[in-house]
Design a protein around this ligand. Sequence first.
Ligand code: OGA
Ligand code: NI
Length: 363
Amino acid sequence: METTEIKERPRGLGGSMKTRNVQALGADQKKLTDEIMERYIRPEMNSDDMFSGDSSEEIPVIDMSRLMDEMSREEEASKLKHACEEWGFFQLVNHRVPEKVIEEMKDNIKGFFGLPLEKKEEVAQLPGDLEGYGQAFVHSEEQKLDWADMLYLFTQPPHFRNFKHWPAQPPSFRDSLESYSSELQKVAHCILDFMAINLGINREKISELFGSQTVRMNYYPPCTNAHDKVVGLTPHSDACGLTLLLQVSPVAGLQIKRNGKWFPVMPLPDALVVNIGDALEILTNGRYKSIEHRAVINAKEERMSIAALHSPSFGKTVGPLAEIVDKEMPLFKSLSMQEYAKLLFSLKIYGKNLIELMKLDPR
Ligand code: OGA
Ligand code: NI
């Protein structure tokens, strides 16, 4: 495995075209012309695609305190295994992130998105760069757009941070994000550790591999006239290895694709939503699968979320782990993390398109 230490934040990974600020559009919906809305309306949105089956089925809930307790560890680890194999998504409770850290992060996110547009634009994305306030994955004038704005930042390793894009307002934003980032990094490593045990692979190797974290803070304004025809976040799987999502608002919006239907993930107070990303599907040679998900819009209420995305460090390789493909055929290509990230940011994100490109041709 490649282990080159990367000292500097990687540049030139890609960018996104500048588009309208959606929060500003949402704030004055009487001014929304058909021409503006045309970029956001998705004729393919269909309520028949919603899950309507057994409502007793719920996304698994994993209790981290039970994983930590020797008495309950085995049972909870087996629940985790089932969640990873059968769902790719679960809610994590008793995750040990101090309540204060979570509450301050929520307040700072609300505070940031509540600032006037000119203030938020002080940390706007620059052409050809990914970090900052704006939109992601926009590559053409024709492409349908998401009904959301976002702030995207590199948070780990600490020397990758580019404070030019870190809001200076609210005043506690930066400190709060630093604490949140390191707490979430710990939780991610703990979950990866148990996943490695369940998979029978080397825990240290996995832990050493996952040094990169970025965060994506999402703001979904309400949309009164067409909330069922616009999409907050296009169906996608996460390119990273492991995502930990905090639903900042008590408003439903996240949905996962399950047996071909959209299944809602209700906000559970104090829980983190954990999901498997493409990089983990690739590393495990398909044993764990990334799951498509999307965010839908509420007619009346705004919604915010923060996704902490954990990936192999820059300098490492994204490819099936040697200890797995010792015994079986690799299903995916291996790319350096830089090449993998470049490929991701050159795409118009949709479904599992990145993983499709990473698949080796069947021989
Ligand atoms: C993401 C994501 C879902 C949400 O940021 O990758 O899937 O509910 N977010 O905001
Ligand atoms: Ni996602």
